[in-house]
Design a protein around this ligand. Structure first.
Ligand code: ACK
Length: 219
């Protein structure tokens, strides 16, 4: 492999600082612990898992993977479309290594992934690739830039982490079509809504502010 190709990272993104990683993981654990005990969750369990189980332990169901981050551009060491163009952007070079405050506005759970929605500020959107939503799912093409921004908190067995962004976009596309989701419960953390097919969204009452560094991972 030529050196120019290996000099690009696996991906660029915001990496949460260690202290806030622990806090976000704890919040996510608390949510999962509560969710799988709710009557509403049990009622919709057949939508969640095809297995004929009566209960599911969500903390066991999802596997956490690596440092918490919000991907901006997946580069695949230069093999992904637009990777070099992104890495060469002046704003990417300028802000590389800078600190940011990410705002985590919601948590979501599907049969495939658990994640946090990241609501990007205008400054943060300058680092967001223009085609991130379009290339993901066709239904997301008309969603605002930054809609895909998320932190993967866990994946079900055999599920790739990029699925988390697709799952978020699916829920946001439903909202855009006017489906508000079925309001299920006011929880301590916020209001919980159900979007069918095992998709749950908790809109946080107080967004979690997370310190993060814009950087890249070579992996
Ligand atoms: O959870 P994520 O955002 O989903 O973080 C990981 C990271 O890159 C390293 O695998 C994300 N990722 C993987 N493949 C893609 C892709 N094709 N498009 C966008 N993000 C991707 C994955």
């Amino acid at each position: 492999v030529p050196l120019e190709e290996t000099s690009l990272p696996l991906f660029f993104g915001w990496f949460l600082l260690p202290g806030i990683q622990d806090k976000v993981r704890c919040t996510s654990m608390d949510f999962l612990k509560t969710l799988d005990t709710l009557e509403a969750f049990k009622k919709h369990l057949p939508d969640f898992t095809v297995e004929a189980e009566k209960e599911v332990d969500l903390e066991q169901y999802f596997q956490a993977n690596g440092a918490l981050h919000c991907t901006t551009k997946f580069c695949d060491y230069g093999k992904a479309e637009g990777a070099k163009e992104y890495a060469d952007k002046p704003i990417v070079k300028e802000l590389y290594g800078s600190a940011f405050e990410l705002s985590l506005s919601a948590l979501f759970v599907t049969p495939r992934t658990v994640g946090a929605r990241v609501s990007l500020s205008e400054d943060q959107l300058t680092l967001w690739p223009a085609d991130a939503e379009k290339e993901a799912v066709p239904a997301a093409a008309t969603l605002p830039a930054g809609s895909r921004a998320h932190i993967t908190l866990g994946c079900a067995e055999g599920v790739e982490p990029q699925q988390t962004g697709f799952d978020l976009l699916e829920i946001l596309a439903l909202q855009q079509e006017g489906q508000e989701g079925e309001l299920v419960e006011e929880m301590e953390l916020g209001s919980l809504a159900y979007y069918g097919k095992g998709r749950w969204l908790l809109s946080l009452r107080e967004p979690v502010s997370a310190q993060a560094c814009f950087s890249s991972l070579y992996g």
